[in-house]
Every structure is written in C-alpha cells, then in structure tokens.
Design a binder for this molecule. Structure first.
Ligand code: HAM
Length: 502
C-alpha cells in the first residue's frame, strides 16, 4: 500500500528554515508520526517518511504481543519473584517442548479441544499442536522419564503457551504462564503447598488485592451420578453459570431434581462457615470433601496465609477436564473482565498417559495478567538504570575508551559506550535520554593524565577522577559537590589494565 506523507509546519505558512518544528504524519491502517525538532532534522525526517511510504509494513499476528525493554523489566521482575519463591519451596525447574503431539491434549479432553488449539501437520504428516498449557507436557515427561525419581517430584516451569481464543485485553493467543506441579506427595499437604506457593507468589510480587477461591470439584463429581462425558457437560454449564443449559442437561439425563441443589451450591462463597451450609445442601455423603477443605484451611493458617487472601467457593469448577479434587482460582479484582490471574488444583493425568495412579496437584499463574495487576497496584520495580555511559572524545581515544568500558563492566556495573560517533554534547543528550547515572568523558588530555571526567547526570556536577578510582566513583552516591575521600580499593579489570592505568 502507498502511504502519502503529510507535512504540517508550526507557526503558519513560512519557509521551513524559519519554523520551530515540523510534524510529518502518514495516515494508513497505522498512524505514523514524526516530529522534526529543528530544521536540521528535516532531511532525515523526510527520508524516513518517504522510505516508510514506499515500504510494506508487517503486523504482529492477532492475539500476540511485542514487549519493549520497560515491559520486559516488569515481566522479569514478576517472573523472578515466582522463581525465587518456588526454589525456596524446593521446586526445581524443568523445560518441555513448545509443541507436542496433538494426542497429548485430546487424550483427556476429546477432539472438541482442537478448535481451541494451534494444531497443525508438520512436513512429515504428524499431527502436532503448540502447547496450550504445561501440565500435560510435564505429566508426559513424568511418565516417560521422571518416574524413578524420589517422590514427591516438585517442578516448575515458565514460558509461552498458545490458545486459539478471541483476543481482548488480558486474553491473548500467545501468553505466558508460571507453572508448578507436585507429583507423588500425599494429597492434603501437597494441595496446601501449591496453594501456599500460588498465594505467596502474589504477595512476593507485592500485590495487595489477592483473592483465591478454593473449591472441591471432587464433591461435585461425587454428587453427579453420570458418565464422565455427561458429567463434563453439566460441570461446564456450572462453570459458565449457564443455568438454562444446566437444566436442559439435567432434563436430558433424567435428573432435573438435582438442579436446585447445584444452583444453591455454586452460589456459596465465604469463610470456613460456608462449608457447613454446603454440607447441608448436599447431605452426609459429601461430608468428607468438606472436611478436607477445613483441613486445608488449618494448613494454610500454619503457612501464614492470611484468611483475607482466600475464600471457599463451591462454584469453582475449572475449565479443564482433568481436575479431580481441590480446585482453586485466584482473582485480581483490579483487572476487570479478565481478572483471573491463576488457577489449579488436584488432577489425574499420569494414568491417562500410561502411568500409575499417583497424586498430582499444581497451578499456573498468567504472567501477562499478573504484570497488568502489578502495574495497576504500582507494585513493579523500576528497572535498574545504566550506571555509566562512556563518551570517547576524539578519534585517538576509542581503544582506550573501550578498555575503560570493559573494566566498568568487569566490576559488575552496567556500562555502555557511544556507538554512533556523536559529539560530546549530543552524547550527553543521549546519556540523559537513556537514563544513565553517570557519563564518563574521555578526551586525550584526560587519558594522558590517566583520568576521566565523570558527570553526574542528575545534578550536572562534573569532576575529574583517576581511572584507578573510577569504579568507586560510579558506585558512590550522586555527587552534590566535592566528594568526601573514599578508602582506596583495588581497581577492577585485568592486571595488564591496572598496570596501564597506573
Ligand atoms: P488455566 O486456568 O487454563 O490453568 O490458566 C492459568 C492462567 O493462565 C489463568 O488463570 C490466566 O491468568 C492465564 N490465561 C489463561 N488463558 C489466557 C489467555 N488467553 N491470555 C492470557 N492469560 C491467560 C492451566 O493452564 C492449568 N494447566 C493450571 C494447572 C497446573 N493446573 C494444574 N497444574
């Protein structure tokens, strides 16, 4: 498509040389806008505009995202809090393929699931699918390779997953999960451990608005005297709170009498006291399931999980077919429609994949939604600024400037250098724009004296520093005037570099 650049000049119709700035914009399926801050920038601005007008632009596939440096800093912050906590709980990291045999996902859920997947044939005619979650892959891995390990097996993984969904804010076709599973522990303590890790992760991120809803799908399954496929349809209607569908299904199955109890049950939500009400609705047979949830509450108390952070909710049904016992979902109320940031529970997949009957429980948190929630609550950390931006002044100093740069990097500082060949004042503008704490100016005169000029970018204060003290100077607090004397430290870098500096 051809795009026609439109030029708009500030200060009315006057020659370009006489204006303060020029705005160039192009109207197409995307808006494109560039401001030439001064007449000097005009040629470059025009060139970019014409190149843009002539070229083809590619768009991201629907439901996917690009993440810039600021986004990635927030995402890594959230992810690292999960990883730190999971490691401290004794979980260890695993990794599984991004695509799997299609059968892995249809084995439990049937072929209807295919329309929710990115399923494809490879060039060898094999039916494959991009993973829509991690749980099935980890259980496949368990059955094929991890079974002989001491139990329980506690693993976590993070990465991208793919679902063919209708995209909207917070709901994507490629999204990221933080996932943890326990295989082979006793059911009750394992369920409590995954709940404590899931809720703890929210707290470790610094989120205040945390609400887990804990239910027990085992109780519902026990109450529904139907074959698994029919049970799944009834549970699906309860999950969606689609009561007309529920009634139609119960009519079809000849048990319309169950409708009232089910409707009452899924509306129950609150503290431990609702378990008594729920038990009354379902009768004595469901007693053990409610007792189990009471014990979960006791263990969460021992973990230090606040009662404010969770409620019991008999309406938690979960969308995936493999859950068998305790189930939970975590909401972040500040997110609007797509407020569910995580979910999980006890399930059975090992047997479906040819393994033994063994307890399995776990959860996944949606990274994209967690980050949105952390942004809304201002819980994300600001990214670490660049410590030093090295500015070589003059052709002859470039090699030495790189050596200085590398000595800063070797000391663990974040350091960058001019890669464009700009003059000092443009370089200072750039250092300012990227948020560097210090600029390290290296001219021939300074280097002859084995010194650098260090400029505190926040205060503008400049001072000469011996190269041997450069790391200390940059590690120190921002300068407000003359710096107090610092104890001498061995300068970073190789011995050859240090002797050269002396
Ligand atoms: P899930 O509830 O399907 O559970 O997904 C977990 C989380 O992933 C959701 O709570 C949500 O935050 C996020 N999520 C789901 N779909 C999307 C989407 N389209 N866009 C953005 N975020 C999304 C599972 O995946 C289970 N495998 C969890 C589990 C592990 N159960 C036992 N072990």
């Amino acid at each position: 498509m051809t795009r026609n650049p439109v030029f708009w000049r500030a200060k009315g119709r006057r020659p370009f040389s006489d204006v303060d700035f020029v705005v160039v914009f192009i109207v197409s399926e995307n808006w494109w806008l560039r401001v030439a801050a001064s007449p000097v920038e005009l040629p470059e601005t025009f060139m970019i505009a014409h190149r843009y007008a002539a070229s083809r632009m590619f768009e991201r596939p629907r439901g996917t995202n690009d993440w810039g440096p600021e986004d990635m800093a927030k995402r890594r912050f959230v992810e690292s809090r999960f990883i730190q906590l999971a490691e401290s709980f004794g979980f260890r990291e695993v990794s599984t393929p991004t695509f799997e045999s299609l059968d892995l996902f249809t084995a439990k859920s049937g072929s209807a699931i295919v329309r929710e997947l990115y399923a494809f044939k490879d060039q060898g005619g094999r039916d494959l699918a991009l993973r829509p979650e991690f749980t099935a892959s980890i259980l496949r891995f368990y059955v094929s390779d991890l079974r002989s390990r001491p139990k329980p097996i506690k693993v976590y993984t993070t990465g991208n997953v793919f679902r063919y969904e209708e995209p909207q804010k917070g709901r994507y076709r490629e999204f990221f999960q933080l996932n943890a599973e326990i295989i082979g522990g006793a059911t009750l303590p394992s369920d409590a451990e995954v709940l404590a890790l899931a809720i703890g992760t929210m707290r470790a991120i610094g989120l205040k608005q945390v609400k887990a809803r804990i239910g027990n799908i085992g109780i519902l399954r026990g109450f529904l005297p139907f074959a698994p496929a029919d049970q799944a349809v009834v549970l699906h209607s309860l999950d969606k709170r689609n009561f007309p569908m529920l009634d139609a299904e119960l009519d079809r199955l000849g048990r319309p009498d169950l409708s009232k109890a089910l409707r009452q049950l899924v509306e129950l939500s609150g503290d431990v006291s609702i378990l008594d009400q729920a038990a009354k609705i379902l009768g004595s047979e469901a007693g053990a399931g409610f007792e189990y949830l009471r014990k979960i509450a006791d263990l969460l108390d021992a973990y230090g999980v606040s009662q404010q952070d969770y409620a019991f909710d008999m309406g938690v049904v979960r969308g995936l077919d493999y859950y068998t016992g305790m189930v939970f979902e975590i909401d972040s109320p500040n997110l609007g429609a797509e407020k569910q940031v995580g979910g999980g529970g006890a399930y059975n997949l090992a047997e479906v994949f040819g393994g033994e009957r063994i307890a399995q429980t776990g959860f996944a948190l949606g990274l994209d939604r967690l980050v949105m929630s952390a942004e809304a609550e201002r819980a994300t950390e600001t990214p670490r600024p660049l410590d030093a931006y090295v500015v070589p002044i003059g052709e002859g100093v470039q090699k030495k400037a790189i050596e200085v740069l590398m000595s800063l990097r070797a000391a663990g500082l974040g350091a960058d250098i001019d890669l464009v060949g700009r003059g000092p004042s443009k370089n200072l503008d750039y250092a300012n724009a990227i948020g560097a704490r210090y600029a390290v100016l290296l001219g021939e005169k300074e280097l002859k004296a084995s010194k650098a000029t260090v400029r505190d970018m926040a205060s503008g204060v400049q001072r000469e520093v011996p190269l041997t003290d450069l790391v200390d100077a940059i590690l120190s607090r921002p300068a407000r005037g003359p710096e107090p004397a610092k104890p001498k430290r061995r300068a970073a870098g190789t011995r050859a570099e240090r002797s050269r500096r002396r």
